[in-house]
Design a protein around this ligand. Structure first.
Ligand code: NAD
Length: 287
């Protein structure tokens, strides 16, 4: 039976490290601050925002919530982001996605000051990621890499298969694995023969948003299986991996919930501190 990769515990370790950095910054009179923009009352988004703000408080990061109505005009939202860009006390700006359909998400992402882009979604930062320059990375794939590192799971030379090619998970995940010298294959909705490919993975990262997409016959015995999916099925949260089927086959597996979710939030805190240090020319010094 697979080892369970305890995302909650690892996130706790990351948060403890972040809290120490925050304490060091505070000792120099610097208070890291995250601004969270929530549009509308989508219960899932509201719950993510609550979770993020709770952890921010635990590690000593100040968080401001800017809650705008579902019907807010795009111009008003952009003006609010501009205000946060110009607010010297704000280190990181997070716009909770998805946004209502009348707002163009790309416009909003591009309006965030790249230096305050705590999710690493701005095309400027995407460019820096691709170019191999120092920058922040999207929190979910960054959390997966941090878990692999802390659990001492070797990546170099291994075949990593990423299922999903989204801008926020799949693509940056593939790039991060490549940077750590994995041989990377990316699968997506048009991939033919998914199981034949995933069965060759030493490390399988699944971010498709499809419950039970990955069953026992998709997994090589002993593989590391990381389930990024968050799906609501019959009032319960499940991942993209049929956990009951895959656990007996895999070498290690993340549960849902309690796997990648907490790591994502922990990396959001790490990114906030990193941007705070960077903007003040303190990169690394506060450690
Ligand atoms: P998305 O909808 O933007 O992208 C899904 C990707 O999966 C697409 O690239 C698509 O091509 C691929 N896909 C869809 N069906 C497929 C299939 N049958 N076979 C192979 N590939 C398929 O979603 P996203 O934003 O990347 O999120 C993916 C999942 O991860 C969702 O369940 C989301 O809720 C979850 N998520 C979790 C966290 C976390 O913190 N744990 C963070 C972000 C997203």
């Amino acid at each position: 039976v697979a080892q369970r990769l305890d995302g909650k515990r690892i996130a706790g370790d990351i948060q403890a490290d972040v809290a120490a950095k925050v304490a060091a910054l505070k000792a120099r009179g610097i208070q890291p601050k995250l601004a969270v923009v929530l549009v509308g009352d989508n219960p899932a988004s509201a719950s993510y925002v609550r979770g993020k703000r709770r952890v921010a408080e635990q590690v000593g990061i100040e968080s401001d919530l800017i809650h705008l109505p579902e019907t807010v005009e795009e111009e008003t939202l952009l003006a609010e982001i501009e205000r946060l860009n110009n607010d010297a006390s704000v280190d990181g700006i997070l716009v909770q996605l998805p946004l209502p359909s009348h707002i163009r998400e790309a416009d909003v992402i591009e309006r965030v000051d790249p230096q305050k882009d705590v999710d690493g979604f701005h095309p400027w930062n995407t460019g820096r990621q691709v170019a191999g320059l120092d920058t922040v990375w999207p929190c979910t794939p960054a959390g997966v890499m941090e878990m692999l590192r802390r659990e001492r799971i070797p990546v170099a030379g291994r075949h990593a298969v990423v299922v999903g090619r989204s801008q926020i998970v799949g693509k940056p995940m593939a790039m991060l694995l490549l940077n750590e010298h994995a041989t990377v294959t990316v699968c997506h909705s048009r991939t033919q023969g998914l199981a034949d490919i995933t069965r060759t993975a030493d490390i399988l990262v699944v971010a498709a948003g499809r419950p039970r997409l990955i069953g026992a016959d998709h997994v090589k015995p002993g593989a590391i299986v990381i389930d990024v999916g968050i799906n609501r099925v019959d009032g319960k949260i499940v991942g993209d991996v049929a956990f009951d089927e895959v656990e007996p086959v895999a070498g290690a597996i993340t549960p849902v919930p309690g796997g990648v979710g907490p790591l994502t939030i922990a990396m959001l805190m790490a990114n906030t501190v990193s941007l705070c240090e960077r903007r003040r020319g303190l990169r690394g010094e506060a450690q």
